[in-house]
Design a protein around this ligand. Structure first.
Ligand code: TRP
Length: 331
């Protein structure tokens, strides 16, 4: 079976945009591939988070992914820092990574601009750690957002370069799987653009009913259609797009018809939308709470996932050490 590996940046709670993007495609992939998903807590060190934040966000993300349907019986899910083997591969790749090419990575240049006082070596070598994450498990496919394409190209480059330097056909170039190509783009509630944490326009899976209602009622609208069957301006289309993913088709059709006959009342539509978003999120929200309160279960899931990852990592490391010329494999 083909292998899939992907890392999850632990940057806070999941929102509907994440759900219909990365999360849904992970859940689908676990039925079709041999999957390993991990929480990239080492990568998050580049911005120097507080220890309690690291601990908490790893747990939150784990609980949320499980609540969304990642099944530990099907996919391995682990915390990156639990599988130390990857650091050795990171070191080897760093030896074959050049300053110039690392400095040219767009996300590095962006970070240099955003955090000029903390341009650390971890930031510079982010792509080599990511390559190690992926190549350690000989992934065939890597589900990522479009913004990760340059890092994926670096991973392929490091795989090729390793093979060339040592005259082997060892690492296979991993393929990107852009889930955004397949998924519905979930818009934000501020009238334009997609839902995102930094945009401040998101509905989180853990938002309670009152919060959801408040956010939806505040969504940007206009003064209504001027003529029948007119094209919907972006803020209105956004409400319909949200309705399309969370509501019944008949509900969607009802409001669509109201719009097309210029009889729409946005207040009614928003009320219905808030209700349907809540109905959609409530079971997930309850599962998140249940899972979070079961520390023992989460520990077991993470330990099982880590063991699965370690097994494949050890095998790769033994072979890599052999190729590089290290013969003592006291692993
Ligand atoms: N860089 C990825 C992101 O920001 C997270 C990540 C780390 C990752 N290691 C990975 C993704 C390995 C895929 C494979 O989203």
């Amino acid at each position: 079976m083909e292998k899939v590996v992907s890392g999850i940046r632990p940057t806070g709670n999941l929102h509907l945009g994440n759900y219909f993007g990365a999360v849904k495609s992970f859940v689908k992939m676990q039925d079709e591939y041999d999957c390993l998903f991990f929480i990239a807590d080492w990568h998050s060190l580049t911005t120097h988070p507080k220890p309690e934040n690291i601990r908490e966000s790893a747990k939150t993300i784990l609980a949320e992914y499980l609540a969304c349907g990642i099944d530990p019986e099907k996919a391995g899910i682990y915390i990156q820092s639990d599988v130390k083997e990857v650091l050795e591969l990171y070191l080897y790749f760093n030896m074959n990574a050049y300053l110039g090419e690392l400095e040219r990575v767009t996300s590095f240049k962006e970070k240099v601009r955003k955090q000029p006082d903390n341009v650390n070596a971890g930031l510079l070598t982010y792509p080599t750690l990511m390559a190690a994450d992926i190549l350690m498990h000989k992934a065939d496919k890597v589900p990522v957002g479009k913004d990760q394409e340059q890092n994926m190209e670096m991973a392929r480059l490091f795989a090729r370069r390793f093979n060339r330097i040592y005259g082997v056909e060892y690492f296979k170039e991993p393929e990107s799987f852009h889930f955004s190509d397949k998924a519905v783009k979930i818009p934000g509630l501020d009238g334009s653009g997609k839902m995102g944490k930094s945009e401040g326009n998101a509905i989180y899976l853990i938002d309670d009913e009152a919060t959801i209602r408040k956010k939806v009622m505040r969504a940007v609208t206009d003064s209504g259609p001027a003529e029948p069957n007119q094209q919907k301006p972006e803020p209105i289309q956004n409400l319909f797009t949200l309705m399309e993913v969370v509501s019944d088709k008949s509900t969607y059709d009802y409001f669509n018809d109201k719009y097309n006959t210029c009889a729409i009342r946005y207040g009614d539509m928003k009320k219905q939308l808030a209700e349907d978003i809540n109905a959609f999120c409530a079971p997930i929200r309850n599962r998140i709470t249940d899972i979070q309160s079961n520390e023992e279960y989460m520990r077991k899931v993470a330990a099982t996932g880590a063991e699965k990852a370690r097994e494949s990592a050890r095998k790769t490391l033994c072979e890599v050490r052999e190729i590089i010329g290290f013969r003592t494999t006291a692993l």
